[in-house]
Write a protein that binds this ligand. Structure first.
Ligand code: G5P
Ligand code: MG
Length: 223
């Protein structure tokens, strides 16, 4: 059957610009954006049971257990069935990647390869609007009004897991657990790699790649 749905994944270490590049992809190519971190933070904000379990792991820079994560994301994907999607921050382990592959085909995986030293500096200056997932940076992408979300005027916050020692732990976790995910997609020939220190340099390359797919963006044949 011909599916008019395009399924994209964006992978990269913490602070590599997944959220930043995702916002631009959504704007230009119109897919549904699902960020695993945003979904978890929303659960925490809403005080759900899943949120309180997740918080214990997130605050330590550890991954939330695979079974919790897979269930959460598969449920979210069901809600947007029939739409093209962009998954940001999931999968992060080989188990998650294999579970997703059993449920849904994937068209392309965008890997952001950004040096770790650049990342530490970026995260220190990040401010977030948790309910929407909108992200700012005091220099790279400042809000119109200092400390306030552009759309709602709500206060921006610094994420609890953005403390330097937690960021280092998150980078280590990425190195150990997410590298095999890249290997998995490389072996399927759907991994596209982008190396650089600046999102403004990486973005045109990502745009070029996604533009090579026939318009409308979605066009995968699968059984
Ligand atoms: P998250 O929320 O997925 P991470 O750690 O993967 O968190 P993060 O921190 O959200 O990734 P990002 O989205 O890759 O980073 O980066 P970003 O927010 O766009 O950019 C970072 C900052 O740099 C921003 O302020 C941005 O404005 C700025 N910036 C961007 N580009 C540039 C540039 O070129 N120059 C400059 N100067 N600045 C720039 O996951 C959080 C936690 O949730 C759990 C885990 O515990 C995880 O640690 N979790 C999962 N657990 C298990 N399985 C999963 N699948 C999970 N997903 C999440
Ligand atoms: Mg993010």
């Amino acid at each position: 059957m011909i599916s008019k749905i395009f399924r994209t994944i964006i992978i990269g270490p913490p602070g590599s610009g997944k959220g930043t590049i995702s916002t631009r992809i959504v704007k230009d190519f119109g897919m549904k954006h699902l960020s695993s971190g945003d979904i978890l933070r929303k659960q925490i904000l809403d005080g759900t049971a899943a949120g309180s379990t997740a918080k214990q792991f997130i605050d330590k820079g550890q991954l939330v257990p695979d079974n919790v994560m897979v269930q959460l994301i598969i449920n979210e994907l069901k809600k947007i069935q029939g739409n093209s999607w962009l998954l940001d921050g999931f999968p992060r382990t080989l188990t998650q990647a294999k579970s997703l592959y059993e449920e849904e085909p994937v068209d392309v995986v965008v890997n952001l390869n950004v040096p770790f030293n650049v990342i530490i500096e970026r995260i220190e200056k990040r401010w977030t609007h948790i309910p929407s997932g909108r992200i700012y940076h005091t220099e790279f992408n400042p809000p119109k009004l200092q400390g306030k979300d552009d759309k709602t005027g709500d206060d921006l916050i610094q994420r609890d897991d953005d403390k330097p020692e937690t960021v280092r732990k998150r980078l280590e976790t990425f190195q150990n657990l997410t590298q095999p995910v890249l290997e998995f997609y490389r072996s399927k020939n759907i991994l596209a790699e982008f190396t650089g220190s600046y999102s403004n340099e990486i973005w045109p390359e990502v745009h070029k790649l996604l533009s090579t797919y026939k318009s409308p963006l979605q066009y995968t044949e699968y059984k």
